[in-house]
Write a protein that binds this ligand. Structure first.
Ligand code: URA
Length: 217
């Protein structure tokens, strides 16, 4: 609801019409009504976005567009941030929230929530890679990756599930075996799939059950 709607007397807290947008209500005790209908207030917001190419996963940037710049006004909240990072040229499932604890549960490597990516490569995938990734591949700079699940879909298309988020991890994992990533899209986190009807650049609020699916290991 906008400040104008509040000024117009469309908002009631309990039995009292409140026309001052700075009015502080008690989220635990007060019932808030907008145009007579009860508003289900929640302390935090949880948003799913289908990230398009060309935008940064950051809260602000002097020169480039960020995922917050493309978030519709009604989703914006103070302290909102993207959960984890997708590269500028990566598309797909991105969660935005203002709930730090939830974000931690989703991305902390110790929580082992799987993130699945659809990957198009510039060369042919060898079946040997399945075991190589399963055993934890060592990157060129000696960083050891946790076990990852590789499913070969086509000769140069795969789905890869990882449980951590090292810098450019997937590009570096394939780079180690001489393959370049041509397209990268995140399609799943935990048990939550990128909604099919969410077009690139679109977003919507998550339901309670979707929030649980996101944290499922
Ligand atoms: N791994 C990458 O290399 N890039 C991403 O955006 C995500 C995972």
């Amino acid at each position: 609801m906008s400040k104008t709607q509040i000024h117009r007397g469309k908002v009631r807290v309990g039995d009292t019409v409140v026309s001052d947008p700075s009015y502080l209500f008690d989220p635990e005790a007060d019932e808030v009504f907008y145009k007579g209908e009860k508003v289900n207030y929640s302390e935090h917001v949880y948003i799913v976005m289908n990230k398009p190419k060309g935008v940064l996963c950051a809260t602000e940037d002097k020169n480039q567009k960020t995922v917050l710049d493309i978030l519709p006004q009604e989703f914006l909240r103070k302290n909102i941030f993207p959960v984890g990072r997708l590269d500028k040229d990566t598309t797909g499932l991105l969660i935005l929230t203002d709930d730090g604890q939830f974000a931690h549960k989703c991305i902390a490597p110790s929580k082992t929530v799987g993130k699945t990516y659809s990957v198009v490569l510039d060369g042919e995938l060898s079946p040997d890679l399945v075991d190589l990734f399963k055993n934890g591949i060592t990157l060129a700079d000696d960083t050891v990756c946790k076990p990852a699940k590789l499913e070969i879909i086509d000769k140069n298309v795969a789905e890869l599930t990882i449980t951590e988020g090292k810098y450019h991890q997937i590009k570096r994992m394939f780079g180690t075996v001489g393959l370049g990533v041509v397209e990268l899209k995140r399609i799943k986190i935990g048990l939550f799939d990128l909604p099919e009807n969410l077009q690139e650049g679109e977003c919507r609020m998550l339901s309670e059950s979707e929030k649980l699916d996101l944290l499922a290991t």
